[in-house]
Each structure stands twice: as C-alpha cells, then as structure tokens.
Design a protein around this ligand. Structure first.
Ligand SMILES: NC(=O)c1ccc[n+]([C@@H]2O[C@H](COP(=O)([O-])OP(=O)(O)OC[C@H]3O[C@@H](n4cnc5c(N)ncnc54)[C@H](OP(=O)(O)O)[C@@H]3O)[C@@H](O)[C@H]2O)c1
Length: 295
C-alpha cells in the first residue's frame, strides 16, 4: 500500500484527489487540509512526515486569490514558495516522491505559440511570481539528492469543476440574472476540468516510473478564450443566455493576466501515450456529472 499525503485537501483539486485516491487499490490517501497541516510551517511539515511516513506527497495547497495576492505578497510567497520548499525538502530528505502543481501565470502571455515547459517564465503579477518561486525551490531541494526520490511539477491553467467556486459554477449561477453577460474575449487559454487532471496526477504517484521527473504542461486541446468558454457552458447546458465579448480593459482587475497562456499538453500526452482531451468534451462530461448530482 502506497501512502500519499494530499495537502490543501479541502481545495478544488485537493478534494478530487482525495476522492479518487480512495477509489484506487494499493493507495491510501492522507487528506490534510489547512487546519491539519499549514505547509508554511516547517515544523508542522516535519511532524506530519513523522506521523504518517508517506510514500508520496501531492501538494494541492496554494494561495490562489490572484487579485488579492497583489495586496498580500508576503502571504502569497509564504504559501506558494515557502510551503512547497518545506514539503520538497522533507520529501527529498526522506526519499518520498513529490508532485507539485503550478500555473500558466508563470508566463507573461506575450507569446502566440503554445507554451512549452522549456520556455523561460516571466510572471507579470504577485501570484505568478510566487508560484515560480515555488517551482524553483522544489527543483533546488531535489537537485541536492539526485533522481531518487522523484519530483514532478505540473503546470496547469483555467481549472474548473462542477462543484465549488470557479468559472463554470459562476457562469451557471449568473444564468438569467444579468443579460447580456459580458465576458472577456482577449485572454486565451484552455479550460481544464479538475477530475481528469487529478486522475493523471494519481497515475504518476502510483507508478513513478511512468513519467520522467521534471516540469510538465498539462491541459486540453485548445485554446479558446473566456467568452468562448462561457458560450460553450450555456450552449451545452441548453440554457439561453446572451453572452457578449468584451476586452480586458473593459473588465479591469487588480492583477494583470497573461493574454495568451495556452500550455502545450502534447509532450506530456506523448510521454504518457495518451491523447489530450478536447476542452469541450471535458466540459460536457462535467455538466453531465452536475446533472447526475442534481437528480
Ligand atoms: N484554480 C485555477 O484556475 C488554477 C489555475 C492554474 C493553476 N492552479 C493551481 O492548481 C493548484 C490547485 O488549485 P485549486 O484550484 O485547487 O485551489 P484552491 O481551491 O484555492 O485550493 C487551495 C487550497 O489550499 C489551501 N491552503 C491555503 N493556504 C494553505 C496553507 N498555508 N497550508 C495548507 N493549505 C493551504 C486552501 O485552504 P483555504 O481555502 O482554507 O485557504 C485551499 O483549500 C494550485 O497549485 C494552483 O496554483 C489553479
């Protein structure tokens, strides 16, 4: 039985990881939410390792409030950089495999080609800067111990699920309340359902030989923009809702967002001998799950 610690277990990704790990033979999930383990506290991290003796750790804990991060840079760095550093050091020292999750926001969005994991990151906000610092800290911790244990950093973008607070549930909540709805059409990326992403992460921690360690880009076939995503949500839900495109300048936010942050999923899919899903297929499956939950 491989024992896997999930940090941030009450978050969007953390919940799915815990649910899916519980359904896999040979894996035991140790679900630690922020109350059970504050990853910024290095003593607490070591205590958790003492107590649970994990074989693997998946870090789903993060500070994800992109706009608020501009006002709370210390907190964002503590959670997104110091936290993964604490976990990576503990894993590296004890021979524990480690998965860390990062973001498309490590890029500035000036490219018009799918981002590769070898492209140089240039974050344009506090959130992206803190996440990049986390990646660097994880790599440094493992560089000191060689390739055993393994570590992987998966960058992902535009995560959503059929529950919780995310773009999909926000759009569905707005149905019929505001017409027309204006959604930005000048930010490009790939909507990515949490369920299939969690499943892929578990495949890796379950059989570490399946994928070489390093930085990987995960995502769906795309890209689209937020307006395209919103339209698809209403179309596939059979809901009549007028959605008009608008520009980012008409919808100002505290933090700047990359205007193009499509992460190329093909190298990862090739390495895993899989096909990238289409983002619309994933959306359809997520909406079907939502309908089943309502019954
Ligand atoms: N959501 C997206 O669109 C998106 C896009 C790209 C990448 N990502 C990355 O994907 C990963 C998962 O994101 P998500 O959507 O699941 O985020 P989420 O729903 O915000 O979950 C993050 C979890 O981390 C917890 N947390 C915060 N500070 C902590 C600490 N000091 N110690 C332990 N736990 C702490 C949060 O607890 P509280 O709720 O109590 O604060 C929350 O439960 C993150 O690495 C994120 O950067 C997300």
């Amino acid at each position: 039985m491989r024992r896997i610690i999930i940090t941030g277990a009450q978050g969007q990704l953390g919940k799915r990881l815990v649910e899916q790990l519980g359904q896999r033979n040979g894996l035991e999930a140790i679900a630690l939410d922020r109350n059970a383990l504050d990853i910024t506290n290095d003593h607490a991290v070591l205590e958790a390792f003492e107590r649970w003796s994990p074989d693997g750790v998946i870090n789903a804990a993060a500070y994800t409030a992109v706009d608020q991060a501009e006002d709370e840079p210390e907190l964002a760095h503590a959670v997104n950089a110091k936290g993964p550093e604490n976990l990576a050091k503990a894993c590296a020292k004890r021979g524990v495999d480690f998965i860390h999750v990062s973001t498309d926001y490590v890029f500035n969005g000036l490219s018009s080609l799918p981002y590769q994991s070898t492209d140089t990151p240039h974050p344009i906000g506090v959130y992206g800067t803190s996440k990049l610092a986390g990646e660097t800290a994880v790599q440094k911790a493992f560089s000191e111990v060689g390739s055993n244990p393994k570590h992987w950093i998966f960058r992902v973008a535009w995560l959503y699920d059929c529950v919780g607070k995310n773009f999909l549930t926000t759009m569905l909540d707005l149905t019929g309340k505001t017409s027309p709805l204006r959604v930005v059409s000048d930010q490009w990326g790939a909507p990515t359902a949490v369920g299939p992403f969690a499943s892929m992460l578990i495949d890796c921690i379950e059989a570490p030989k399946r994928l070489p360690e390093g930085v990987w880009h995960y995502g769906t076939e795309g890209p689209t923009n937020w307006h395209g995503f919103a339209n698809a949500i209403f179309e596939l839900s059979d809901v009549e809702q007028v959605v008009l495109p608008c520009s980012s300048s008409e919808y100002p936010t505290k933090a700047r967002r990359p205007s193009y942050s499509y992460l190329d999923p093909l190298p990862l899919m090739t390495a895993l001998d899989r096909q990238a899903s289409s983002w619309k297929d994933e959306l359809q499956q997520c909406l079907a799950e939502l309908n089943r939950m309502k019954r």
